[in-house]
Design a protein around this ligand. Structure first.
Ligand code: FES
Ligand SMILES: [Fe+2]
Length: 341
Protein backbone atom coordinates (compact mmCIF):
# COMPACT_ATOMS: atom_id res chain seq x y z
CA UNK A 1 0.00 0.00 0.00
CA UNK A 2 1.51 3.30 -1.10
CA UNK A 3 -0.01 6.72 -0.61
CA UNK A 4 1.29 8.59 -3.64
CA UNK A 5 -0.23 12.00 -3.08
CA UNK A 6 2.14 13.23 -0.41
CA UNK A 7 5.64 14.63 -0.03
CA UNK A 8 8.45 12.15 0.62
CA UNK A 9 12.13 12.72 1.26
CA UNK A 10 14.17 11.83 -1.81
CA UNK A 11 17.52 12.98 -0.42
CA UNK A 12 19.15 15.22 2.13
CA UNK A 13 20.04 18.45 0.31
CA UNK A 14 23.71 18.05 1.24
CA UNK A 15 23.87 14.66 -0.49
CA UNK A 16 22.62 15.85 -3.87
CA UNK A 17 25.04 17.44 -6.29
CA UNK A 18 25.48 17.50 -10.05
CA UNK A 19 26.31 13.82 -10.20
CA UNK A 20 23.06 12.00 -11.03
CA UNK A 21 21.82 9.59 -8.39
CA UNK A 22 19.64 6.56 -9.20
CA UNK A 23 16.98 5.98 -6.55
CA UNK A 24 14.00 3.66 -6.60
CA UNK A 25 10.92 5.08 -4.86
CA UNK A 26 7.63 3.17 -4.68
CA UNK A 27 9.00 0.73 -7.26
CA UNK A 28 9.67 3.55 -9.74
CA UNK A 29 13.21 4.12 -11.03
CA UNK A 30 14.08 7.78 -10.64
CA UNK A 31 17.19 9.84 -11.32
CA UNK A 32 17.88 12.78 -9.01
CA UNK A 33 20.34 15.53 -9.86
CA UNK A 34 21.06 19.20 -9.40
CA UNK A 35 21.22 21.37 -12.52
CA UNK A 36 23.89 24.01 -13.07
CA UNK A 37 21.41 26.54 -11.65
CA UNK A 38 21.50 24.62 -8.35
CA UNK A 39 17.92 23.40 -8.66
CA UNK A 40 17.16 19.82 -7.67
CA UNK A 41 15.29 17.75 -10.25
CA UNK A 42 13.86 14.24 -10.57
CA UNK A 43 13.20 12.40 -13.82
CA UNK A 44 12.19 8.90 -14.75
CA UNK A 45 15.46 6.95 -14.89
CA UNK A 46 14.86 5.65 -18.41
CA UNK A 47 15.72 7.48 -21.57
CA UNK A 48 12.81 7.70 -24.01
CA UNK A 49 15.19 6.93 -26.91
CA UNK A 50 16.61 3.47 -26.16
CA UNK A 51 15.85 3.13 -22.46
CA UNK A 52 19.36 3.66 -21.11
CA UNK A 53 19.22 4.77 -17.46
CA UNK A 54 19.65 8.53 -17.40
CA UNK A 55 21.55 8.14 -14.15
CA UNK A 56 24.61 7.02 -16.13
CA UNK A 57 24.53 10.35 -17.97
CA UNK A 58 25.78 13.74 -16.84
CA UNK A 59 24.53 17.22 -16.10
CA UNK A 60 25.27 19.75 -18.88
CA UNK A 61 24.16 23.27 -18.00
CA UNK A 62 20.74 22.83 -16.43
CA UNK A 63 19.97 19.69 -18.44
CA UNK A 64 20.65 16.01 -17.95
CA UNK A 65 22.39 14.40 -20.91
CA UNK A 66 21.84 10.73 -21.61
CA UNK A 67 25.09 8.77 -21.47
CA UNK A 68 24.22 6.63 -24.51
CA UNK A 69 23.49 8.92 -27.52
CA UNK A 70 23.58 12.36 -25.91
CA UNK A 71 19.92 13.40 -25.90
CA UNK A 72 19.42 16.17 -23.36
CA UNK A 73 16.44 16.64 -21.04
CA UNK A 74 15.28 19.65 -19.07
CA UNK A 75 14.05 19.41 -15.45
CA UNK A 76 10.45 19.28 -16.73
CA UNK A 77 11.28 16.15 -18.76
CA UNK A 78 11.26 17.81 -22.20
CA UNK A 79 13.98 16.75 -24.62
CA UNK A 80 15.98 19.89 -25.45
CA UNK A 81 18.63 18.52 -27.79
CA UNK A 82 19.05 15.58 -30.16
CA UNK A 83 22.58 15.53 -31.59
CA UNK A 84 22.53 15.89 -35.40
CA UNK A 85 18.83 16.70 -35.56
CA UNK A 86 17.12 20.08 -35.68
CA UNK A 87 13.52 19.25 -34.89
CA UNK A 88 12.62 17.84 -31.53
CA UNK A 89 9.32 15.99 -31.61
CA UNK A 90 6.96 16.67 -28.70
CA UNK A 91 6.84 13.00 -27.82
CA UNK A 92 10.54 13.09 -26.95
CA UNK A 93 10.17 13.50 -23.22
CA UNK A 94 10.48 11.58 -19.98
CA UNK A 95 8.35 11.80 -16.87
CA UNK A 96 9.35 14.55 -14.44
CA UNK A 97 8.41 14.46 -10.76
CA UNK A 98 7.49 17.56 -8.73
CA UNK A 99 10.38 18.44 -6.42
CA UNK A 100 10.64 20.96 -3.62
CA UNK A 101 13.68 21.67 -1.50
CA UNK A 102 12.93 22.75 2.02
CA UNK A 103 14.46 22.24 5.50
CA UNK A 104 17.60 20.85 3.84
CA UNK A 105 15.53 18.01 2.41
CA UNK A 106 14.78 17.32 -1.26
CA UNK A 107 11.07 16.38 -1.28
CA UNK A 108 9.46 14.43 -4.09
CA UNK A 109 5.79 14.03 -5.05
CA UNK A 110 5.00 10.60 -6.50
CA UNK A 111 1.30 11.13 -7.23
CA UNK A 112 -0.78 13.32 -9.49
CA UNK A 113 1.40 16.39 -10.29
CA UNK A 114 -1.66 18.64 -10.34
CA UNK A 115 -2.24 17.86 -6.68
CA UNK A 116 1.34 18.63 -5.58
CA UNK A 117 0.56 21.38 -3.07
CA UNK A 118 3.90 22.73 -1.87
CA UNK A 119 2.37 24.27 1.24
CA UNK A 120 1.69 20.74 2.53
CA UNK A 121 5.31 19.97 3.35
CA UNK A 122 5.53 19.57 7.11
CA UNK A 123 7.40 22.35 8.94
CA UNK A 124 10.70 21.02 10.27
CA UNK A 125 12.50 24.31 11.05
CA UNK A 126 15.11 22.74 13.36
CA UNK A 127 16.69 21.10 10.30
CA UNK A 128 17.51 24.52 8.90
CA UNK A 129 17.96 26.96 11.78
CA UNK A 130 21.01 28.58 13.39
CA UNK A 131 19.49 27.77 16.79
CA UNK A 132 19.86 24.04 16.18
CA UNK A 133 22.73 21.89 14.95
CA UNK A 134 21.53 19.04 12.77
CA UNK A 135 23.40 15.79 12.11
CA UNK A 136 21.54 14.03 9.28
CA UNK A 137 22.09 10.43 8.22
CA UNK A 138 20.69 7.72 5.96
CA UNK A 139 20.04 4.01 6.37
CA UNK A 140 18.76 1.53 3.83
CA UNK A 141 16.17 -0.60 5.57
CA UNK A 142 14.95 -3.97 4.32
CA UNK A 143 11.45 -3.61 5.71
CA UNK A 144 8.18 -1.95 4.79
CA UNK A 145 8.06 1.74 5.74
CA UNK A 146 4.93 1.33 7.87
CA UNK A 147 6.78 -1.06 10.18
CA UNK A 148 9.30 1.74 10.70
CA UNK A 149 6.57 4.29 11.44
CA UNK A 150 4.93 1.78 13.83
CA UNK A 151 8.25 1.53 15.63
CA UNK A 152 8.67 5.30 15.93
CA UNK A 153 5.16 5.79 17.33
CA UNK A 154 5.73 3.08 19.91
CA UNK A 155 7.83 4.41 22.80
CA UNK A 156 7.86 1.29 24.94
CA UNK A 157 10.19 -0.69 22.65
CA UNK A 158 12.96 1.66 23.72
CA UNK A 159 13.39 -0.22 27.02
CA UNK A 160 14.08 -3.47 25.17
CA UNK A 161 15.74 -2.56 21.89
CA UNK A 162 17.88 0.40 22.98
CA UNK A 163 19.43 -0.70 26.27
CA UNK A 164 22.90 0.39 25.13
CA UNK A 165 21.87 3.80 23.77
CA UNK A 166 18.65 5.62 24.66
CA UNK A 167 17.21 3.51 27.45
CA UNK A 168 18.38 4.20 30.99
CA UNK A 169 15.68 3.10 33.41
CA UNK A 170 13.62 -0.11 33.48
CA UNK A 171 10.48 1.90 34.36
CA UNK A 172 10.48 3.17 30.74
CA UNK A 173 8.85 -0.13 29.76
CA UNK A 174 5.73 0.54 31.84
CA UNK A 175 5.34 4.33 31.89
CA UNK A 176 2.07 5.03 30.04
CA UNK A 177 1.85 7.27 26.99
CA UNK A 178 -0.91 9.60 25.90
CA UNK A 179 -2.11 9.36 22.31
CA UNK A 180 -4.00 12.11 20.52
CA UNK A 181 -5.11 12.90 17.00
CA UNK A 182 -3.65 16.05 15.52
CA UNK A 183 -4.28 17.64 12.15
CA UNK A 184 -3.23 15.15 9.51
CA UNK A 185 -1.51 12.92 12.04
CA UNK A 186 -1.11 11.36 15.46
CA UNK A 187 0.85 12.37 18.54
CA UNK A 188 2.03 10.14 21.36
CA UNK A 189 4.02 11.22 24.37
CA UNK A 190 4.97 10.98 28.03
CA UNK A 191 7.04 12.37 30.87
CA UNK A 192 9.31 10.21 33.03
CA UNK A 193 10.12 11.96 36.29
CA UNK A 194 13.25 11.17 38.29
CA UNK A 195 14.53 8.47 35.96
CA UNK A 196 18.04 7.19 35.33
CA UNK A 197 19.29 8.99 32.18
CA UNK A 198 20.01 6.84 29.11
CA UNK A 199 23.71 6.41 28.24
CA UNK A 200 23.66 8.58 25.11
CA UNK A 201 21.88 11.49 26.82
CA UNK A 202 23.94 11.17 30.02
CA UNK A 203 27.05 11.59 27.90
CA UNK A 204 25.68 14.43 25.78
CA UNK A 205 24.28 16.39 28.76
CA UNK A 206 26.89 15.24 31.32
CA UNK A 207 24.18 14.14 33.74
CA UNK A 208 25.48 12.37 36.84
CA UNK A 209 22.15 11.99 38.63
CA UNK A 210 18.53 11.32 37.75
CA UNK A 211 16.63 13.33 35.18
CA UNK A 212 13.11 14.32 34.16
CA UNK A 213 12.80 12.94 30.69
CA UNK A 214 10.32 13.69 27.91
CA UNK A 215 9.41 11.88 24.71
CA UNK A 216 6.77 13.34 22.38
CA UNK A 217 6.46 11.79 18.95
CA UNK A 218 4.39 13.24 16.11
CA UNK A 219 3.57 11.48 12.87
CA UNK A 220 2.24 13.52 9.96
CA UNK A 221 0.83 11.69 6.97
CA UNK A 222 2.18 10.12 4.96
CA UNK A 223 5.72 9.56 6.21
CA UNK A 224 7.12 12.36 8.37
CA UNK A 225 7.86 11.61 12.01
CA UNK A 226 9.52 13.89 14.53
CA UNK A 227 10.19 13.52 18.22
CA UNK A 228 10.72 16.21 20.79
CA UNK A 229 13.00 14.38 23.22
CA UNK A 230 15.36 15.30 25.98
CA UNK A 231 15.99 15.38 29.67
CA UNK A 232 16.83 17.84 32.42
CA UNK A 233 18.19 17.48 35.92
CA UNK A 234 15.34 16.25 38.10
CA UNK A 235 13.36 18.95 39.87
CA UNK A 236 14.60 21.87 37.75
CA UNK A 237 11.17 22.56 36.24
CA UNK A 238 11.31 20.89 32.82
CA UNK A 239 7.72 19.56 33.01
CA UNK A 240 6.57 23.13 33.73
CA UNK A 241 8.48 24.42 30.70
CA UNK A 242 11.91 25.36 32.05
CA UNK A 243 14.36 23.25 30.07
CA UNK A 244 17.40 25.39 30.93
CA UNK A 245 19.01 22.61 33.00
CA UNK A 246 18.61 20.06 30.26
CA UNK A 247 19.22 19.10 26.67
CA UNK A 248 16.66 19.11 23.86
CA UNK A 249 16.79 17.14 20.64
CA UNK A 250 14.42 17.09 17.69
CA UNK A 251 14.74 13.60 16.31
CA UNK A 252 13.43 13.54 12.74
CA UNK A 253 12.60 10.44 10.70
CA UNK A 254 11.57 10.49 7.06
CA UNK A 255 10.48 7.08 5.76
CA UNK A 256 10.36 6.78 1.98
CA UNK A 257 9.15 3.49 0.51
CA UNK A 258 11.62 2.00 -1.96
CA UNK A 259 9.54 -1.16 -2.53
CA UNK A 260 6.88 -2.93 -0.44
CA UNK A 261 9.70 -4.48 1.59
CA UNK A 262 12.41 -1.81 1.66
CA UNK A 263 12.70 1.80 2.79
CA UNK A 264 14.97 4.80 2.41
CA UNK A 265 15.35 5.90 6.02
CA UNK A 266 16.47 9.50 6.54
CA UNK A 267 17.14 10.30 10.20
CA UNK A 268 18.45 13.37 11.96
CA UNK A 269 19.13 14.59 15.47
CA UNK A 270 19.01 18.38 15.83
CA UNK A 271 20.22 19.76 19.17
CA UNK A 272 20.10 23.11 20.93
CA UNK A 273 23.33 22.73 22.92
CA UNK A 274 27.02 22.80 21.96
CA UNK A 275 25.96 24.33 18.66
CA UNK A 276 28.45 23.65 15.90
CA UNK A 277 30.76 21.65 18.20
CA UNK A 278 32.26 19.02 15.87
CA UNK A 279 32.93 16.48 18.65
CA UNK A 280 29.34 16.68 19.90
CA UNK A 281 28.10 16.42 16.32
CA UNK A 282 30.21 13.32 15.74
CA UNK A 283 29.02 11.73 18.98
CA UNK A 284 25.34 12.42 18.32
CA UNK A 285 25.53 11.40 14.68
CA UNK A 286 27.22 8.10 15.58
CA UNK A 287 24.97 7.64 18.62
CA UNK A 288 21.77 8.18 16.62
CA UNK A 289 22.95 5.89 13.82
CA UNK A 290 23.83 3.10 16.24
CA UNK A 291 20.43 3.57 17.94
CA UNK A 292 18.46 3.36 14.69
CA UNK A 293 20.54 0.39 13.55
CA UNK A 294 19.24 -1.35 16.68
CA UNK A 295 15.71 -0.82 15.30
CA UNK A 296 16.79 -1.93 11.86
CA UNK A 297 17.80 -5.37 13.15
CA UNK A 298 14.34 -5.99 14.62
CA UNK A 299 12.44 -4.46 11.69
CA UNK A 300 14.27 -6.55 9.10
CA UNK A 301 13.62 -9.75 11.06
CA UNK A 302 9.99 -8.71 11.56
CA UNK A 303 9.63 -8.10 7.80
CA UNK A 304 10.52 -11.74 7.15
CA UNK A 305 7.52 -12.79 9.22
CA UNK A 306 4.84 -10.57 7.67
CA UNK A 307 3.34 -10.05 4.26
CA UNK A 308 4.52 -6.66 2.91
CA UNK A 309 3.71 -4.13 5.62
CA UNK A 310 0.60 -5.90 6.87
CA UNK A 311 0.00 -6.52 10.57
CA UNK A 312 -3.27 -8.32 9.78
CA UNK A 313 -4.16 -11.05 12.25
CA UNK A 314 -1.64 -9.97 14.90
CA UNK A 315 -2.51 -9.32 18.52
CA UNK A 316 -2.75 -5.66 19.69
CA UNK A 317 -2.01 -4.19 23.13
CA UNK A 318 -3.01 -0.75 24.51
CA UNK A 319 0.42 0.69 23.70
CA UNK A 320 -0.34 0.17 20.01
CA UNK A 321 -3.01 2.90 19.98
CA UNK A 322 -0.91 5.48 18.10
CA UNK A 323 0.26 3.10 15.41
CA UNK A 324 -3.23 1.68 14.92
CA UNK A 325 -4.55 5.21 14.35
CA UNK A 326 -1.72 5.90 11.92
CA UNK A 327 -2.51 2.74 9.97
CA UNK A 328 -6.20 3.58 9.87
CA UNK A 329 -5.45 7.03 8.44
CA UNK A 330 -3.05 5.56 5.87
CA UNK A 331 -5.69 3.05 4.76
CA UNK A 332 -8.17 5.90 4.33
CA UNK A 333 -5.68 7.93 2.31
CA UNK A 334 -4.82 4.94 0.12
CA UNK A 335 -8.51 4.15 -0.40
CA UNK A 336 -9.21 7.77 -1.37
CA UNK A 337 -6.51 7.44 -4.03
CA UNK A 338 -7.93 4.18 -5.23
CA UNK A 339 -4.87 2.13 -4.28
CA UNK A 340 -5.34 -1.17 -2.49
CA UNK A 341 -5.62 -0.59 1.24
S1 FES B 1 19.27 5.80 -25.04
FE1 FES B 1 19.38 7.83 -24.37
S2 FES B 1 20.09 8.93 -26.04
FE2 FES B 1 19.85 6.92 -26.79
FE1 LIG C 1 13.76 2.56 18.28
Amino acid sequence: MFVKNGWYAASWSKDLGEKPVARKIMNEDIVLYRGGDGKAAALEDRCCHRAAPLSIGEVVGNDLMCGYHGLKFAADGRCTDIPGQKDIPARAHVRAYPIEERWNVVWIWMGDPDKADRTKIEALPWLDSPEWTATPGYLHLKSNYLLLIDNLLDLTHVAYVHKKTISGDPREATTPTKTERVENGVRNGRWMIDFVPPPLFAKAGQFTSNVDRWQHVTWKAPATVYLDVGCAKTGTGAPQGDRSQGISIWSTHLATPETETSTHYFFCFARNFKLGDPQMSQMLYEGSKVTFEEDLVVLELQQQKVDGGSIEGLFDIPNDAAQLQMRRMMRQLAAAEGSVG
